[in-house]
Design a protein around this ligand. Sequence first.
Ligand SMILES: *Cc1c(COP(=O)(O)O)cnc(C)c1O
Length: 470
Amino acid sequence: MRNTLYKSAILEKIRNHNFVEDLNLAHEMAVNYANKVDNMRVYPDQEAIDNLKVFDEELNDQPQSTMNILNQLNTYGSPATVAQTGRRYFGFVNGGILPSALSTKWLTDTWDQNPAMYVLSPVTSKIEEVTEKWLKDLLGLPNETVAGFVSGSSTATIIGLTTGRNFLLKNLGYDAIKNGLINAPKIKIVIGEGAHSTVYKALSIIGLGNNTLIKVPADEQQRIRIDKIPELDNKTLLILQAGNVNSGSFDDFSAICKKANEVGAWVHVDGAFGLWAAANEKFNHITKDVQLADSWSVDAHKTLSAPYDNGIILCKHKEMLINSMHMTGSYIIFSDNRDGMLYTSEMSRRARAIDLWATLKGLGKNGVSELVWELHQKAIYFAELLRAGGLEILNEVVFNQVLVRFKSDEETELLIKAVQESGVCWLGGAKANGKSVMRISVSSYKTTYEDIEISAKEILRLANKSESHF
Ligand SMILES: *Cc1c(COP(=O)(O)O)cnc(C)c1O
């Protein structure tokens, strides 16, 4: 009987292998990388990128050793990484990685917990509960707010807007959760023109499309224009933002949210990188009354420097959120404790709230508050140095973003390319009010004032060099 049972020689070998040796090797390589990331080129050189062709191979028939796999990655992958965990990465809005978070992630990766249900991981359930409480406290959100731990703001926005849509329809006597949208009464979606593209994507994913939205013009800083917002009512889903992806500007929550609350509109705030400003009272002029919204999406993997895959949906309406994300199955075991899947669109996922918990603990309340304030001060300093060097600054630096212009569209674009190739720092470009701009995002706790000086000097050197060609 026994010898009819299949036993794989491959799996037997993997089971018998010394796992700890692999972990130690990975550890050694990671430590080497961490030791050199501050001094490596910020963007890989062409040779490192060309070498990526070693990965163009067929999947091996037989198992490869972890040592071979790690060696290949370390030899060809590491030099081709973008050093965004270093000190001079200013592209997109990325942030670094905090020691408390990364070390914790190493440990919890080996735990490999699944926070879908309490019974799957009591420890993660507990830590999600605590982290939710800390977040409310840090950001000054209402006590009834709940948090779902998701991959990023894209998903958080999908969940916030789905919940808002279902809430409004329920108040109109229609159950969208059961009946879907096909026969649903009309609701009104009001969005500022400066909204992030992931918000448009979320609206389209949840069946609200893009063409029927009421797009409210934005001012030149990309803030929604209050005088252009249509009449709000209890059929309105209003989307605001804390931190425009280019200018960093914040919508005027104070003027808008009270009115929305009075008539029963739902307000969702996309605060992907900017909502953390609410952790420092010196930012009160831009975050005032943001707590009057109904749902908020925010990323811990940007300005807060948690590892990637750390977004949060925060929502004031627990029951509607849970009903909107609900699923059942005879094998599912709900408990009296927190079952993480009730708050997210995902069932199984990694225990990302633990790295967020460690990020918050590693900074402390004061650390979070000082982090956002320092990013702001560094952005102002960067803008001052570039302005003094003859470049034009196009935005009010209200948070961590700086928009820079060099003479014409073409010259701005050439300058961006030259900076990207320099390896000294990295930044991207965008269009703002129809003009090409260089986009600087000061997002990493690691960046020092000296790094800002080195980077500004390089940008100005390249600008002057291009000028001398004429
Ligand atoms: C980054 C960003 C998003 C999308 O967040 P992800 O975490 O990348 O999904 C949405 N809105 C704004 C303002 C952002 O900066």
